[in-house]
Design a protein around this ligand. Sequence first.
Ligand SMILES: [Zn+2]
Length: 146
Amino acid sequence: MSMVDWMKEKSGDDSMKYVLAGGLVLVIGLALFSTITEYTGGPEDVEVEPRHFWDVEKQQEYTLTPEEMKERQYGRMDMQMGQMAYSPLTGENTGVPMTKCPNCKNYFVAQGWANPDQGYDPHAPVVCPHCDTDRDEWFRERRRNR
Ligand SMILES: [Zn+2]
């Protein structure tokens, strides 16, 4: 039997159509999937989100994009060291980074920033004023339950 005859015979067979249709669906599915992951960008999206800050002079919230923070040379290390951030509201370093509550997702200024002139107090608790969640406690609970 030649290859062409074999194909003709097989294409008359219903099961072969199902196999072909199934293969086609799989290919389209994979193509869609790769397009979606390309657009959403995966876990690195977190770095693209703007950071929330609180201007202690103007008593007002503002955001800085990662690019703006890079421009102002303000990084994660500066935050931990208790350095205040540039604020576009005053044009000076009058901003403190805000904490996102893991429970209610609201932003708030951690208690350690009570005296921004003296820098951040890492020993102060970090409690959300919106829902009373202790951030460290919340993450500890999470870890325990896993
Ligand atoms: Zn909260």
